[in-house]
Design a protein around this ligand. Structure first.
Ligand SMILES: [Zn+2]
Ligand SMILES: [Zn+2]
Length: 304
C-alpha cells in the first residue's frame, strides 16, 4: 500500500508447500461470544478452499489474514443456515475486494455440495442479482467473477486438480438430507472434515489413516445437566444433540480410524477457555482414543 493514511490489510503470505486447516468458526446456530458460525478454510497447494460459510466467514477470513478474495471454491456439508448464511457476503466480497496485493476474484466461484446445493445457493444468488447487475454495469466489475459454477454430489470425488483430491462421503444429520463430510488429500497427507453428523461408519471409513480429523462434538454429561436444570427447555436442548456426536463418540471414531490428531468443533456449547473447562469437556476421551485431541477455537491454525 503506497498511501500511508490507509489502514493496512492483514495479509498472511501463503507458502505453496503449506497444508493447513484454519478454523474460522467453531460455533453453532446459537449466538455465543468467541465462537463464529461454522466455516473451515483449508490452505493447500497455494490456494484457499472454504468448507461451509457461516455468517461470520468474511470477517474471519480478514482477521485470519487469508482474505476473502483468495476464495474461489466453496464446499458445503449441508444446508442448515449456520453453514451457509455467509454466502452472499462472501460471493460479493471475494469478487469486489481489491485492497492489498490480492486482486478480487475474476473467475466464477465454484460451489460444491450435496443435492439441494444448487437450489439453495442459487436462491441466495437470485436475491443478489439486482446488486450484481449494478456492479457489472456501473462499477465495471469483472463479468466472469459474477458467475457461479455448481458441482453437486453426495459421495465420490468432487474435485481432483493440481494434486488436490476432495472426496465427499455421506453422513447422517437427519432430518437434514443429504449431508456430507469431506476427505482432502494432498502429497500423501489427509485432512477429514465430518460436517454435522451422528456417529456413522462412513466417517470412520473416510478418516482411515487421516492426519487430522475435524469432528463436530458436544459433551453429553454437560447437556444432560443443562437439560435437568431447565426442564422446560429439555426438548430444545436435547433434540439437536440427537443428530450430532458426543466427545466420547468422536474419540471412538478417531480411534477406530487410526487418526493422528482429532480436533473438536461445533461445540454445543463451547467450553470456557480454561484448562479446567477443557479438561471437563474432553473427560474420558483419553481412555478411548490414544491420539492427540484439540478443543477447536476460532482462528486456530492446524497443520496437516
Ligand atoms: Zn451446524
Ligand atoms: Zn447442521
Amino acid at each position: 500500500m503506497t498511501n500511508p493514511w490507509i489502514e493496512d490489510t492483514p495479509l498472511s503470505p501463503i507458502d505453496p508447500d503449506e497444508f493447513t486447516a484454519v478454523l474460522l468458526g467453531t460455533g453453532t446456530p446459537r449466538a455465543y461470544p468467541g465462537a463464529a458460525k461454522p466455516a473451515v478454510a483449508v490452505v493447500v497447494a497455494g490456494r484457499v478452499l472454504l468448507f461451509d460459510c457461516g455468517a461470520d466467514t468474511v470477517r474471519q477470513l480478514i482477521d485470519s489474514g487469508l482474505m476473502p478474495q483468495r476464495v474461489r471454491d466453496v464446499f458445503f456439508t449441508h444446508h442448515h443456515y449456520d453453514h451457509n448464511a455467509g454466502f452472499p457476503d462472501l460471493f460479493i466480497s471475494s469478487w469486489r475486494t481489491h485492497v492489498g496485493i490480492i486482486a478480487g476474484r475474476a473467475v466464477p466461484m465454484r460451489v460444491f455440495g450435496p443435492q439441494r446445493t444448487q437450489d439453495i445457493i442459487g436462491r441466495f444468488y437470485a436475491a443478489l442479482e439486482y446488486d450484481i447487475g449494478l456492479r457489472v454495469s456501473y462499477n465495471k466489475s469483472d463479468l466472469d467473477g459474477a458467475r457461479i459454477e455448481f458441482v453437486e454430489g453426495n459421495s465420490g470425488v468432487l474435485l481432483d486438480e493440481d494434486g488436490v483430491r476432495i472426496t465427499a462421503f455421506e453422513v447422517d444429520h437427519r432430518p437434514v438430507e443429504p449431508a456430507v463430510g469431506y476427505r482432502i488429500e494432498w502429497r500423501g497427507k489427509v485432512l477429514v472434515i465430518s460436517g454435522d453428523t451422528r456417529p456413522v461408519p462412513t466417517t470412520v471409513e473416510a478418516a482411515r489413516g487421516a492426519d487430522v480429523l475435524i469432528h463436530d462434538a458436544y459433551n453429553a454429561a454437560w447437556l444432560r445437566e443443562i437439560s435437568d436444570q431447565n426442564p422446560e427447555l429439555a426438548v430444545q436442548v436435547t433434540n439437536p444433540a440427537k443428530y450430532h456426536t458426543t466427545t466420547l463418540e468422536a474419540a471412538q471414531i478417531a480411534q477406530d480410524a487410526g487418526v493422528r490428531h482429532l480436533v473438536l468443533t461445533h461445540h454445543i456449547p463451547a467450553p470456557k477457555r480454561t484448562p479446567a473447562a477443557e479438561a471437563s469437556y474432553t473427560e474420558g476421551m483419553a481412555a478411548v482414543y490414544a491420539g492427540r485431541v484439540t478443543v477447536g477455537r476460532d482462528l486456530m491454525r492446524l497443520p496437516v
